[in-house]
Structures are given as C-alpha cells and as structure tokens.
Design a protein around this ligand. Structure first.
Ligand code: ATP
Ligand code: MG
Length: 424
C-alpha cells in the first residue's frame, strides 16, 4: 500500500535530507494511522536514527532546535512550520533504571535511551501508533507490531502487557480512551479492564503533559465525543474534575452542544480553529455563569467594570488542575469579552479591527447556531476581516501550519515556542 501521494511534500524533503546524510528516517505515529484510516493527518511525526544533535548538524542551528528533557527531540523548521523529529528509542533496562532519582521501577520518568527501529516500535504505546512509513526509499509500510490489522479491526491494543504499559506512563490511559473516542475503536478486553481499573491513576501524570494532551484533543474535530467517552469510562472526573462536575447539567449540555457544533464545523472545513478559540468555547458556559448569566447564558453579560477580572478568574478556576499560561488566559479572555460587542453595531469598526475578531466571530456563530438566533445576527460580520487578515503575516507563524499546533493561533500575539516540548 503506498501512502506516497498523500504525504505532505515537506515531510519527504526533511526525511530525504536525513537519509542522504546516512540516517534512516520514517514517518510514524498518528499521521500513518490517520492516512491508513483515510483521514488527513493533523501533523507528522518523524522517527530517525540520528540523535537530536545530529539532526541539528544536518539542518543547521537556524532550522533545527532541540527541545524536551524527559523526551529529547528536534523540531525541524520549514517555510510552513515545523516537524517533530525523534530519535529511535528503546525502553531502558531495569539495570539502567536502578539508582535513578524518583524511579520506583514502575513509572518511567525519562525516555532517552536511543535504539533501533525495532526497539523504537516496541517502546511505543499502541499498535495503531507504531506503524512506520518510508517516504524516501521503497520499504513502504513497516509494521512490526500488527498495527495495520488492528486498525482494520478497529482495536486499541498496547504493545506488551496492558497493565504494565499503563503503569509505566499513566498518560497512556488517556491516549487509549482517546483512540476509542476518536475513531470508534474498541479497547481489547484485557486493556479495557486495565483502563477501567486505573482511571484515577491519570492524576499521577504531570499537569503540563495533560494540558498538552488536552490541546491535542482540541486540535481534532472530536472534542465532544472524546469528553463523552472519557465520562463513560469514569476518566473525566479524574482528568478534568470541573468539566465532569457540570457534565449532565444544563451548563454541561450547553458545553457539549457548543463542542458538537464546533466539531461539526471543523470537520466540514472552513472553520478557523485555534487553541485559544477551543479553550474559549469550552469555558464559555462557566464564564457566563460567573458573570451572572447562569439562568440564560444567551443573554451575554453587560460589559463593564470588574468584568475583566471576573472573567479571568472564572477561566483560571475552570481550567484547574491544568496550568494555563498567561498568554492563553489573556487570549481566551479577549475572545470571550468580544461576544457582547457582536450585538452592538455602534462599535463595529473597532470590533472588526480587533486582533481576535476572527475567533470571537467563530464563537459568536457557534452560539447563534446553538441558540437558533438566525443568520441575520451574523449578517454584519464577515468571517474574515480583510483589513487585518488579508495580508501575509509579518512574521512567520511557526505554530500555524503543519507541525505541532497546525492551524492554530494566527492571532496577533504569538505563543512562545514550547520550551519543554512534549514530554512523553
Ligand atoms: P495525534 O493525532 O494526537 O498527534 P499521535 O498518536 O501522533 O496522535 P503524538 O502525541 O503526536 O500522538 O505522538 C506521536 C507518537 O509517539 C505516537 O503515535 C506514539 O507512537 C508515540 N507516543 C506518544 N506518546 C506516547 C507515550 N506516552 N508512550 C509511548 N509512546 C508514545
Ligand atoms: Mg502526532
């Protein structure tokens, strides 16, 4: 089976350059899984025999940056964004783990022992995520763990013993349930049992890693389904207690309706997704409640003194236990505080020029659909403001295209590049 014509040309270029420098390189993970399922990948992960330092030598310091501590890897930048390039790894041996600070022999705190392609396949989480594809040579699909058959059968299966693999890294609990939710897969019976037994173990994962996974959930059009299945598994109340608490209440129904509509629009295309917009969408009912509109959030609040601080506080509270950066909190607050202004054409000019206009409008449009306000309420508001968004960005938006964070956050404030990287 060839996936060649479906793969982004930039992937092939980056992989070719590594191969020409003598390092085997493959596409792996979610991109291969999605291509096999006929879904356009949201980003591409590359696995290579080169160490992060060697990747940096091949591409130069300006184009390759090393990130991560627990899981060191390189980001390789192209004109359209960046790819994550990680070195083949293996599981550390018991001998190597002995004596490490914090290592109780169960949970893995570091994952930086380099290995071969075969070892790298085995240290991955699920068979569906461990299929390699050779975009340069003629090896095609390399499936050492039976992932292709599991994708065909719609089965989530850990590589190795489920209980042990989940205990090693509790984030895998969430990642397994995410696969069940997103693709309608079934966890194989032993994994299913282990998942249900361990849902509360998710609390052992660091909040930074969980927030990273939350952002990934929002980068796909399956958010409502994902939280619904998290709830069915009993995982939601450990992963995000504040969301679990409202799930099944009128506030939760509104959240679910907004997310379902956002998922529908995102899947249909033409939806301006951003992480700040997704966070604004999920927190809207909580903010409306905090600002005194709990009986009827569709009223929206009156702009005025104190609203800013209350909104910020409501955002902070709702997203606990995740630590949301000041950057995101400010953007989410800006988007939310724009909403009542869509009802007031007297400030139209200023609103159209607002850097978060595009995202405020998307959220207002979601509300208009959910509350059946009718199309007229959007008649004055173009989807994009050509004065602001028609011209090319003055600075390359590294997080806006195909790397981690594709299609995100083309607002005025750029999120600083990730410092710690995805720790897994
Ligand atoms: P998505 O579509 O959300 O990007 P993904 O499977 O590609 O899904 P990533 O977080 O991008 O998820 O991870 C890339 C690959 O790295 C995974 O497919 C998997 O092979 C491996 N991986 C990620 N997290 C873990 C983990 N906690 N344990 C083992 N392997 C992991
Ligand atoms: Mg991925």
């Amino acid at each position: 089976m060839s996936l060649q014509h479906k793969i982004e040309p930039g992937v092939e270029r980056v992989a070719s350059q590594l191969v020409q420098s003598g390092f085997e390189t493959y596409v792996v993970g979610g991109a291969v899984r999605d291509l096999l399922l006929g879904i356009p990948p949201k980003d591409y992960d590359l696995a290579t025999a080169a160490t992060p330092e060697q990747v940096r030598q091949v591409f130069g310091r300006r184009k390759a940056r090393i990130i991560g501590r627990r899981f060191r890897l390189a980001h390789v930048y192209t004109e359209r964004g960046y790819y994550e390039v990680s070195t083949f790894r293996r599981e550390p041996t018991a001998e190597e783990r002995r004596g490490r600070v914090n290592d109780d022999g169960v949970m893995l705190w570091r994952d930086n022992e380099y290995g071969t392609l075969e070892e790298d396949a085995r240290r991955r989480d699920f068979t569906a995520n461990a299929i390699f594809y050779d975009p340069v040579g003629n090896r095609g699909i390399i499936d050492l763990v039976g992932g292709v058959q599991d994708i065909r059968d719609g089965v989530v299966r850990t590589i190795g013993e489920p209980g042990k693999r989940l205990d090693e890294d509790p984030v895998r609990i969430l990642r397994a349930v995410k696969l069940v939710a997103q693709y309608g897969f079934k966890a194989e019976p032993e994994l299913d049992r282990c998942l249900r037994e361990r849902v509360e173990q998710i609390c052992r994962a660091s909040s930074a890693r969980l927030f990273e996974e939350l952002l990934k959930i929002f980068s796909r059009p399956f958010a409502n389904r994902t939280f619904t299945v998290f709830h069915e598994y009993g995982l939601l109340r450990h992963f995000w207690p504040n969301l679990a608490e409202i799930w099944g209440t009128p506030q939760g129904w509104l959240t679910a309706a907004l997310l379902a509509e956002r998922d529908r629009r995102m899947a249909a295309g033409g939806y301006s997704n951003s992480r700040a917009l997704a966070l604004s969408t999920v927190v809207f009912p909580a903010v409306a409640t905090a600002l005194g509109c709990e009986d009827d959030p569709s009223r929206l609040w009156e702009p005025g003194e104190g609203v800013d601080a209350e909104c910020r506080e409501a955002i902070r509270r709702f997203f606990q236990p995740f630590t949301v950066s000041r950057f995101f909190t400010a953007r989410v607050r800006d988007i939310l505080l724009l909403l009542p202004r869509f009802r007031d054409p007297t400030t139209k000019g200023r609103l159209l020029r607002h850097p978060e206009y595009k995202y405020g409008r998307e959220l207002f449009a979601l509300l208009a659909t959910v509350y059946q306000w009718g199309d007229e309420c959007l008649a004055e508001w173009p989807q994009h403001n050509p004065a602001l968004h028609g011209s090319p960005p003055h600075r390359r938006d590294r997080r806006s295209t195909h790397g981690r964070g594709r299609g995100h956050d083309q607002g005025h404030r750029r999120e600083p590049p990730p410092e710690a990287g995805p720790e897994r």
